[in-house]
Design a protein around this ligand. Structure first.
Ligand code: FES
Length: 162
């Protein structure tokens, strides 16, 4: 169940946006944070009720956008763009490399709960393809070596890699 703080945040969003529909994505972000990075059905129902929107409308929005997760995810979400620019510059190869390196398929989470591997649409950084996003950080012009460096920095607790 959403905390009172989150419920109040969503009520405030309803007042800030010209319509409840236009504030929906921001509200889903609030709910996803509350539920530890994903949106179970009850979270969608709560958002729908709070915003006075049809449950099917809220569920459709959550399903359409890849930044919303409909099942539990790992501590770090690795989102690999495989849209046209990234694909032309080796994104499919990088995705396969990450899959092998982590020992999981797209949509799965490593057994230790650290990483979830996701394939996403354009991340809006086509000029620096191939691009991945880990949590809220973009990594661009990627190679296998850079991916190794990035994951090493994350797993050793040295924070973000450049
Ligand atoms: S195609 Fe990958 S960021 Fe746009």
């Amino acid at each position: 169940m959403l905390s009172e703080k989150a419920r109040q945040e969503i009520r405030t969003l309803c007042q800030q946006y010209p319509s409840h529909q236009s504030g929906l994505l921001a509200a889903l972000y609030v709910a996803q944070q509350e539920y530890g990075g994903w949106l179970p059905p009850e979270a969608l129902d709560e958002v729908a009720t709070l915003m006075g929107l049809p449950a099917t409308y809220v569920a459709s929005a959550a399903s359409f956008y890849t930044m919303f997760h409909r099942k539990p995810v790992g501590h770090h979400r690795i989102e690999v763009c495989t849209n046209i620019s990234c694909s032309l510059l080796g994104a499919d190869h990088l995705l396969a490399y990450l899959s092998r390196k982590l020992g999981i398929q797209v949509g799965e989470t490593t057994p230790d709960g650290q990483f979830t591997l996701l394939e996403v649409e354009c991340l809006g950084s086509c000029g620096t393809a191939p691009v991945i996003k880990i949590d809220d950080q973009y990594y661009e012009n990627l190679t296998e070596e850079k991916v190794d460096h990035i994951l090493d920095r994350i797993t050793t607790g040295k924070g973000r890699a450049s």
